[in-house]
Design a protein around this ligand. Structure first.
Ligand code: ADP
Ligand code: ASP
Ligand code: MG
Length: 422
């Protein structure tokens, strides 16, 4: 008998019929003799609808109240799912994140898990019941206020519980058949990847493959919890994410695991910065003090006669206002001429562990972009990733071109079973 944590995303529980389908699936797993802990997201687009509603009421809602509002979404789905499981002949009990022992820090909207004390969940299991836990929420161990883990955070709840309960596997049920070589909503010919290492999945999640929450993959790697990403709507095997890329297999690993386009970044250029030691330190200290997350950085070659240079970097769109203000506040000290910002950018990334040992990957990547007339504005690389910044309106074409150039196109169209992709 294995303990399995099963997480069902919003599109898996979007209406009464879907909730009943999920309940049957859980009952089936129980009938096969496994213990099951369920983590559930809010129904369909409930979380987005609540965010929209809050915006209509208040342009800058307090974080505490926002978290209280958003956690209501998961309370609805967990109770309904417990009812549907009862109708399948098993006892089920729903728990909020707080009741399930998810203790976090106090950062509303982006809380980090500090400890998991799943005593009530273990007790429910011991008594033969199916515990259903509300995803993406916890309680601050300091303030005792309700917190959320950030959008998409139910995946992280599931892995945190899997680690705390020593589960054999964490299954992430969603609206596609697994992790694909590109978002199947954008690249119809995306191929399902049978297995990925934590390292590859971390890079993919970090550069915008939203099928898994980044922190869920970090957590899974730390506690070595195997993840199985699969569809709620079909019985087919999904994608395994574990410490081995190709468990038990003998095939040479593919060079590329996937391509992504991330539209959540903005670009800032600091114009005519003095080209002397210490200036970059002042710039990035000012940004760090303002809590701005920096991604790519480029400095132009200084023109000999002016001894000034331009520094360009990207940061999340949500940090743009704070970044601009922090730089303006430090303008006199840093002595730059002016600032320019641009939200119309996309970050296109190519990820694959096989890149390390295969020459020619960059050449193929930039050739594909050039042939489809895509201009590259910034470049950054890691051992297993190349990212470029391009115009937003060219991002989808660029994604498809690169996908084709690396031979990743499948013979048929990928299936997207449900969801609005919001
Ligand atoms: P859930 O509500 O189940 O958590 P999400 O919307 O968070 O589902 O994640 C699933 C979606 O992730 C898919 O519908 C798909 O559009 C998107 N996606 C982005 N990149 C990928 C990828 N590389 N592989 C699979 N899905 C991806
Ligand atoms: N319901 C939350 C969201 O939409 C959490 C999740 O689905 O993972 O972000
Ligand atoms: Mg998700």
């Amino acid at each position: 008998m294995t303990l399995i944590v099963q997480k069902f995303g919003g599109s898996s529980v979007s209406d009464a019929a879907s909730i009943k389908r999920v309940a049957r699936r859980i009952a089936e797993t129980r009938r096969q003799g496994h213990e099951v802990v369920v983590v559930v997201s809010a129904m369909g687009d409930t979380t987005d609808d609540l965010v929209d509603l809050a915006q209509q009421v208040s342009p800058q809602p307090p974080g505490r109240e926002m978290d209280m509002l958003l956690t209501a979404g998961e309370r609805i789905s967990m109770a309904l799912l417990a009812m549907a499981i009862h109708d399948n002949g098993f006892e089920a009990r729903s728990y909020t994140g707080s009741q399930a022992g998810l203790l976090t820090d106090s950062t509303h909207g982006q809380a980090r898990i500090i400890n998991v004390t799943p005593g009530r969940i273990q007790q429910a299991l011991d008594e033969g019941a199916v515990p259903i836990v509300a995803g993406f929420q916890g309680v601050s161990y300091e303030s005792k206020d309700i917190t959320t883990l950030g959008r998409g955070g139910s995946d992280t709840t599931a892995v945190a519980l899997a680690a705390a309960l020593d589960a054999g596997v964490c299954e992430i049920y969603t609206d596609v058949d697994g992790v694909f070589t590109a978002d199947p909503r954008v690249v119809g010919r995306a191929s399902k990847v049978p297995s990925l290492s934590y390292e590859e999945m971390l890079e993919l999640a970090a550069v915008g493959a939203k099928v898994l929450h980044l922190r869920c993959v970090e957590y899974a790697r730390r506690y070595e919890i195997p993840l199985h990403v699969r569809s709620t709507f079909s019985a087919s095997e999904g994608t395994w994410v574990s410490s081995e890329r190709n468990p038990g297999g003998h095939m040479e690993q593919p060079i590329i695991s996937g391509v992504t386009a991330d539209l959540n970044d903005a670009k800032i250029t600091i114009i005519a910065v003095p080209d002397e030691p210490g200036v970059a330190a002042s710039i990035f200290q000012a940004l760090a003090d303002a809590g701005v997350n920096i991604d790519m950085i480029v400095q132009n070659v200084s023109e000999a006669d002016t001894r000034r240079t331009d520094v360009t970097f990207t940061c999340p769109k949500g940090d743009l206002g704070r970044a601009m203000q922090a730089l303006l506040d430090a303008q006199e000290r840093i002595a730059f001429a002016s600032l320019a910002s641009d939200e119309d950018v996309a970050k296109l990334s190519l990820v694959g562990a096989g890149m390390r040992s295969n020459p020619g990957v960059s050449a193929t990547f930039f050739r594909a972009l050039a042939d489809s007339g895509v201009n590259v504005e910034m470049i950054s690389t890691s051992e297993i990733r190349i990212s470029v910044v391009t115009r937003t309106e060219r991002a989808e074409d660029a994604l498809r071109a690169v996908h084709t150039a690396f031979g990743l196109d499948a013979d048929g169209e990928a299936v997207v079973y449900a969801g609005t992709g919001r």
